[in-house]
Design a protein around this ligand. Structure first.
Ligand code: ZN
Length: 138
């Protein structure tokens, strides 16, 4: 009995240490970027919220925008500032592209994936739902 209790306690301790996988309470939807053009720049105001929802590093998401839109930019606090004028539609099309390419599982289509950089231009996309792995070339 004592052994069993100890085992249980150990087990609880082990589980407590595992990273918690956040199950999505709601159905996944591609987030909508709230962008505004000021002068010759475009600012995505809810950039941090988008990255948090997609569970992606802001730097990785930003890089995608820089490449797709062929402009430099900078992350300023919760915002992403792009050095160019882009319509809200253009921004959201790129965001949808990012989600399709680097968030959704290629096998089951679920968004619960982990993106890890494995080389300069290579990421691995691992699905927590079905276990499928894909490589993403950037
Ligand atoms: Zn999957």
């Amino acid at each position: 009995m004592t052994d069993l209790l100890t085992y249980d306690t150990l087990l609880t301790g082990v589980y407590a240490k595992l990273p918690k996988k956040k199950a999505r309470a709601d159905r996944f939807e591609i987030p909508i970027a709230d962008s505004i053009v000021i002068g010759i720049r475009t600012t995505i105001k809810n950039f941090d919220a988008i990255c948090a929802y997609l569970r992606r590093q802001p730097a990785d998401v930003a890089k995608y925008f820089f490449k797709e839109l062929a402009v430099p930019g900078v992350i300023e606090g919760p915002r992403l500032v792009l050095a160019g004028k882009f319509s809200n539609r253009a921004i959201n099309e790129r965001l949808a592209g990012f989600v399709r390419e680097r968030v959704l599982c290629k096998e089951c289509g679920k968004p619960d994936t982990e993106l890890t950089q494995i080389d300069r231009n290579l990421y691995s996309l691992k699905c927590e739902a079905c276990g499928a792995k894909a490589t993403v070339r950037v």
